[in-house]
Design a protein around this ligand. Structure first.
Ligand code: PLP
Length: 344
């Protein structure tokens, strides 16, 4: 049999990134059953570490089995019923994906748009509908490198005694920039493991607060992502009830990644991302590149630049440049998406 390819790349695209060494080592641990008391203890500790990283005390905090998109679906299918008004901020691919998911739940989707590269206006999200079931936004829009201001949404709604829940996509923000689930009054949030948590793709860290739990739909359209059924396996004091076979080794890996992050310290991690991002962005500008994301809303952990078409070697496209970087230097970077494919 030919060997499995094992080229060691420097992963500098929008994810996955290179895992922490502790994470790589975690995959080699002996496999346990998904109901083994030792594994349940490790799962509980993973959930506790996730609470620290999400900055929440929500009991229902755990890794959904599946990638970030599974976290997105879990959030929508458990609180949205057909006919509910759902406000979604759209300024990139992942806000667009939220509209698709909410629409599949039968929601009346109210889109609040901003041009790609620009941030969403939080007040427009709050004003878009008089009584939505949910207001949803992507914190770090991976397709554009923009940080959306989501911190004020929950606080504002609570101030007005509004019923709407706040849902935030933290896939590219968790671990890289401040996320304060409780402090910001966020009711539902999810992330992915393959970005600033330094773990391969495969789990979606997830948290749901009291208000969201009180408003779970009776019978979500997804059996696999039914939070009521999942909660009986992932949380609680007594015996756990089998729901699905948890991806045990991925939970080892996430536990190790969160350990490395918390050992460094969340604030220290945010500061490291800020320092590296600012250095990269300043360096690129010095080299003559133009940054894509609006100033003041640039993510330090994800940098987007316009392709300087006039400076590419004759006959080369940006895809050729990325291929050369990958094949010659073992470095992966990402290409633009949607209408910015080939341009960013
Ligand atoms: N949301 C955002 C902001 C993302 O960047 C991604 C993936 O890059 C997703 C959701 C979907 O995550 P996944 O590809 O892990 O399913």
């Amino acid at each position: 049999m030919p060997p499995v390819p094992l080229t060691d790349r420097v992963l500098m695209g929008p994810g996955p990134c290179n895992p922490y060494p502790e994470v790589a080592a975690a995959f080699a641990r002996p496999l346990l059953g998904h109901l083994d008391p030792e594994f349940i203890a490790l799962l509980d500790d993973t959930n506790e570490r996730l609470r620290q990283v999400f900055r929440t005390t929500n009991p229902l905090t755990f890794p959904v089995s599946g990638t970030g998109s599974a976290g997105m679906e879990a959030a929508f299918v458990n609180v949205v019923e057909p006919g509910d008004a759902v406000v979604v901020g759209v300024n990139g691919v992942f806000g667009e994906r939220m509209c698709d998911v909410a629409g599949r739940c039968g929601a009346e989707v109210v889109r609040v748009e901003a041009p790609w590269g620009q941030p969403l206006d939080p007040q427009s999200l709050l004003d878009a509908h008089p009584s939505p079931r949910l207001i949803a936004a992507v914190h770090a829009e991976t397709s554009t490198g923009v940080r959306n201001d989501v911190a004020c949404l929950g606080q504002h709604l609570r101030h007005q005694d509004a019923e709407a829940l706040v849902l935030v996509d933290c896939v590219t923000s968790l671990g890289g920039i401040p996320v304060e689930v409780d402090g910001w009054g966020v009711d539902l949030a999810y992330a992915g493991t393959q970005k600033c948590l330094g773990v391969p793709p495969g789990l979606a860290p997830f948290t749901a607060g009291e208000r969201a739990v009180a408003r779970l739909v009776d019978r979500p359209r997804s059996w696999y992502l039914d939070l009521g059924m999942l909660a009986r396996y992932v949380t609680g004091e007594g015996a756990r009830v089998y729901h699905h076979t948890a991806p045990v080794s991925m939970v080892y890996a996430l536990h190790a990644g969160l350990g490395a992050l918390l050992d460094e310290g969340l604030e220290a991690s945010w500061a490291r991302h800020r320092e590296c991002g600012e250095a990269l962005q300043a360096g690129l500008v010095e080299l003559g590149f133009e940054l894509f994301a609006a100033e003041g809303h640039r993510l330090p952990e994800l940098t987007t630049v316009w392709v300087p078409a006039d400076r590419l070697p004759a006959g080369m496209t940006e895809a050729d440049v990325r291929r050369t970087l990958l094949e010659r230097d073992g470095i992966e970077i990402g290409g633009g998406l949607g209408e910015f494919a080939g341009k960013v």
